[in-house]
Design a protein. Structure first.
Ligand SMILES: CC(C)(COP(=O)(O)OP(=O)(O)OC[C@H]1O[C@@H](n2cnc3c(N)ncnc32)[C@H](O)[C@@H]1OP(=O)(O)O)[C@@H](O)C(=O)NCCC(=O)NCCS
Length: 175
């Protein structure tokens, strides 16, 4: 139903494969700092990574959800996706890359490609993104792609029970 693959200048977004296990473990899932502002717990060993990859493959079926591959190194470096939360309204379900791959303009390529897909191919009228208030990189990424702040909401991190503030941004289609 949804695209199997989305290409940008430097990246390909495509469905996860068990062959990406080592790359995802090495590049992202084993890193505390990659998980810091997200909702997942870092993977401690390759066995856990294998289980996570199997769950990822299942999760991505029939969803706008992909691994992110860097073309030049031919490896998986992160993940990205969107979901339709109400008719023609889409919300990001997390965009993240390993710390070695941030600040290369990749986040912008990913978010712009997903925005274009949702607006042009899926008929979206509004796209929502969110991030923790202290996640400057994510906030800058959203602003850089034209999103504007709408509101904040207090949440509880299920990993440690601590409260945090999440900021919402949105982009509406120019018609
Ligand atoms: C958030 C994330 C996806 C951003 O991707 P990125 O590839 O680093 O972002 P880009 O290089 O495309 O930069 C996009 C814009 O944000 C700015 N930016 C990126 N990181 C920044 C930082 N740490 N501080 C300030 N500005 C930053 C860039 O300068 C750029 O702005 P510009 O277009 O005005 O020049 C990436 O940092 C990441 O994967 N972080 C870990 C996981 C995570 O927290 N994900 C978000 C969960 S909501």
């Amino acid at each position: 139903m949804y695209k199997e693959e989305i290409e940008t200048k430097d990246l390909v977004l495509k469905k996860a494969s068990i062959n990406d296990l080592n790359d995802m473990y090495k590049n992202m899932w084993s890193h505390e700092e990659s998980a810091k502002y997200m909702l997942w717990i870092p993977t401690k060993n390759i066995e856990e990574a294998e289980e996570r990859m199997k769950r990822t493959i299942e999760f991505q079926k029939d969803k706008i959800a992909y691994l992110v591959y860097e073309k030049k190194s031919v490896q998986a470096i992160g993940f990205a996706g969107m979901k339709e939360i109400e008719d023609k309204v889409y919300e990001d379900c997390g965009i993240g890359m390993g710390s070695k791959f941030v600040k290369h303009g990749y986040g912008k390529q990913i978010l712009m490609a997903l925005v274009e897909y949702c607006f042009e191919d899926l008929g979206a009228i509004k796209i929502i993104c969110s991030c923790r208030s202290e996640n400057i990189a994510s906030k800058k990424l959203q602003q850089s792609c034209g999103f504007h702040y709408t509101h904040s909401q207090l949440m509880v991190d299920k990993r440690d029970g601590l409260k945090y503030m999440i900021d919402f941004y949105e982009l509406t289609r120019n018609v």
